[in-house]
Every structure is written in C-alpha cells, then in structure tokens.
Design a protein around this ligand. Structure first.
Ligand code: SAM
Length: 244
C-alpha cells in the first residue's frame, strides 16, 4: 500500500538483508537511492527489477516534493548505499515531511555499522552515544571529543581510513587513558576489531595504514562522573563534618 518504506540493506555481506526487506523492495513502485549503480548491484543480486530514482544529500526541495507525491500514491522504498537509511545517510527530511503530512512511514530494520561494531568490540553496551562522523579537522574533532568526553556512555563514531591515525592522536591527547576500539570492514572478508589505548592503536595503524570502512569507539570515563546536585551534596556533607 502507498507510503514510505525505510529499508536497511547490507553493510558488506550481501546475505545481511531481511526477508521483509526483499519483499518490500520487490513490491515497491520505486526505490529511492543515493547511487543507482550501488543499489543496482544489490537489486541485480536479489533478482529485483523495481525501478530506481535518485535521492541523495543533494536532493532539492523539488526532488523531495516529487517523491512525496509518489509516496502519497504508491509504495516507495528508501535505501542508502549501505546499512540503515538516515544513520549518517539521507532521509531525515523526507521522513519528517512525510509524517507531517500524515503519510504512512514504515521502517524495515537491518544492519547498521554502529550497532554491529558495538556488539563486537567488548566495550560497555548498556549506554551508548552514536555521534556520526568526527569532524575532519583537528580543532573541530578535539572540541567534539571534549564535549562528549564526560558522557557516561560508550561513544561511537564513523571514521575514514586516511583520518584514523590523526583522530586517535587527538583522542590520546583530549581523553587519555580510555579504552578504545576500532572496528573495520564489518561483515566482510577482512573484518577486524582491535582494542587498546588510543596511543597503542595509533602506533599500530601508523605502521598498518587502515583500508576500508571504520567505526571508532571510546569506552565510558572510568571514574564516576557526578552531576552538580551530587557534587553539592558531597560538599555540604564535607562542610558539616568539618564544623563538627
Ligand atoms: N547508513 C550506514 C549504516 O547504517 O551503517 C552508514 C553510512 S555512512 C555514510 C558510512 C560509514 O559507515 C563508513 O564511513 C564507516 O564509518 C561506516 N561503515 C559502513 N559500513 C561499514 C563496515 N562494513 N565496516 C565498518 N564501518 C562501516
């Protein structure tokens, strides 16, 4: 039936797609995708010949309106090059507008590099904060690391091979002593997950330039991070003890 179907696709291993995702892609009137060559390969592998329309980061308001008109009339799937749409990928504005107009939106879950990396690396998984890509320049990166460094959660970032060593060096400087994990080429032949301090990982990757796609994770701060109210209470009890 008409509506927008957000469909997760594999992040490397072509087997990682759900039965429902295949059914929806096959039954859709159109598949909106970032790159018709990339999605074309997946569809070809699955034996699906649904037509594709381009919808990427450069999509204009007019492109979106055209797609929304179709969504009101027929089932339209949204996929990205890999993994879950909207997760560091296009789709947010489309979903938001579709919902504002009361159009049906359904999400067909599947792989996302962030959750695959988290479940693999052995860092605490009870609380995590996904923060997309780290800024490309050192200054911006250190600002983000400092901003999020006190959050009592495992931090998850997407990263690129050429920038990994610089990011690890900035991490060693801004948040020393933290457990760090680097997950690379998830679900693919050369999948790797390496843990250690930022210094250890930086020195490893300096001599082994990392190829492929990367997720960088930072374990939560070791010492308990206390809130203002808790700090006040501690100070007051110290003062009381002093008076006595
Ligand atoms: N929407 C995707 C998802 O759900 O994972 C992420 C898209 S984002 C543009 C691409 C980034 O995701 C890559 O630069 C890398 O950091 C991460 N990534 C995607 N596939 C990966 C894989 N197989 N192994 C490690 N990281 C991956």
């Amino acid at each position: 039936s008409p509506g927008l179907y957000i469909v997760a696709t594999p992040i490397g291993n072509l087997g990682d797609i759900t039965l429902r995702a295949i059914e929806v892609l096959r039954g859709a009137a159109a598949i909106a995708c970032e790159d018709t060559r990339v999605t074309g390969k997946l569809l070809n592998h699955l034996g699906i010949d649904t037509r594709m329309v381009r919808y990427d980061d450069h999509a204009s308001d007019t492109d979106r309106e055209r797609l929304l008109t179709r969504i009101a009339q027929e089932p339209v799937a949204l996929v990205s090059d890999a993994g879950t749409p909207l997760i560091s990928d296009p789709g947010y504005r489309l979903v938001r507008t579709a919902r504002e107009r009361g159009l049906p939106v359904t999400s067909i879950p599947g792989a996302s590099a962030a959750t695959v990396a988290l479940t693999l690396c052995g860092l605490p998984s009870d609380r995590f904060l996904f923060a997309g890509f780290l800024p490309p320049k050192s200054k911006g990166r250190k600002d983000v690391l400092r901003e999020l460094g006190n959050v009592a959660a495992t931090l998850i970032f997407y990263e690129t091979g050429p920038r990994l060593c610089d990011s690890l060096a900035d991490l060693a400087e801004t948040l020393p002593g933290r457990d760090v994990a680097v997950a690379r080429e998830l679900t693919k032949r050369f999948e790797e997950c390496r843990t250690g301090s930022a210094e250890e990982l930086a020195s490893h990757y300096r001599t082994h330039p990392p190829k492929g796609e990367i997720v960088l994770m930072i374990g939560p701060p070791g010492e308990k991070v206390i809130g203002a109210a808790e700090a006040d209470a501690m100070l007051l009890s110290e003062l009381a003890a002093h008076k006595a």
